[in-house]
Design a protein around this ligand. Sequence first.
Ligand SMILES: [Zn+2]
Ligand SMILES: [Zn+2]
Length: 248
Amino acid sequence: MTNIQPWESLVGCVGPNSISAAHLKALYEPGYIPDVVMDALMSITCKKFKDVYNICTQSMTKILSGSPRVKSHYFCKKDLFKTYTKVIGALLENENHWTLFFCDLTKQEVTYMDPFGETNGKKKWILKNWSSFAKAKGCALKWTWNDVPHPRQEDGHSCGVHVLMFAQALLEGKGFVDGYASVDIPQLRAQFCNILFSSLDRGVKCTLCWSVLMKEKVCCQECGAHSHLRCQRTPCGICVIWAQKKSA
Ligand SMILES: [Zn+2]
Ligand SMILES: [Zn+2]
């Protein structure tokens, strides 16, 4: 028997990213955005740009922190330097701060954006680590910087929202980021929450045990959550949360 808290109910998936009710809540509320949510939203943002390769947050963080493992033949097998013209990825610094990396392979330009602002020392470090990763993958280009002006983060927890806004602007080919201010952050969180929710594939995994659904799946008539017949609860965890919200 699977016994989980309602907030741990799986709501749906975006590719390999499994999103729970708690993940959606963390995105919506003023706080740190979890890795899996950043990965899901970055992949949604990149989806319509066919020439862009989105490096997942875990790999991007390894590459730009200079981890020796990224030179391994097995790391990031895709021949991205030959297949794509742009590379983008969010990276997690000090395990609590989101920043953004972007590379235009045709222009040989590299951009690094920190919502708090970028220091020259940090940029040098990023460039060094990117160059050595690219070289290990057979790409020995000479990179130049492309600085992109952007709004600054004014609190301790909206880095992820800024990084998603930066990514959108860069993918659209803008040379600067504007059009929003710190006061807009709660609204942007709500927007990203909507985008994520409406992009979720809700029929792939069980809301209770989070494992892949086979033939014997059932669907909650109230909220559309899927589960195995053997895992099914009435009401389901997501309906329990909704009922709590309504009565609050
Ligand atoms: Zn199940
Ligand atoms: Zn339900």
